[in-house]
Ligand binder design. Sequence first.
Ligand code: FES
Ligand code: FES
Length: 154
Amino acid sequence: MIELQVNGVRHELSADPRVTLLDALRDRLGLAGTKKGCDQGQCGACTVHVDGQRVLSCLMLACQAAGHEVTTVEGLAGPDGSLHPVQAAFIACDGFQCGYCTPGQIMSAVACIREGNAGSDADIREFMSGNLCRCGAYPNIVAAVREAAGHARL
Ligand code: FES
Ligand code: FES
């Protein structure tokens, strides 16, 4: 039995110890906002937060997340449903095309700003470089992170 705390809700899973956090979130908990791109740590589509730090959920076992607070893109909005400032900035800046990489980009961007690594466009590009976008929406993604970095509620 694996006990996971995700977006403030406690879950008990009967899962093989080899199940990744990504598969547990998507297939067991129905949280499909976290995307599977490469499944081998190269694209960033599966980025979530564990105790506020960004991690690649395809490279973490679900059992390793037991006892820690996991946050997915579904957990970013406020209790009243208001969008997180980074989510709002991605919409305002048109920071996506197909949207497949977007949840991972957003989770990474929230952490990047919290880490203090969004002070310049060069920093944003460097510290978001683990999140690939096959649509090439990078200029607008950088603009969205830059805009959100000036916002208070992060
Ligand atoms: S799916 Fe995890 S890094 Fe690509
Ligand atoms: S918006 Fe399509 S992969 Fe990034």
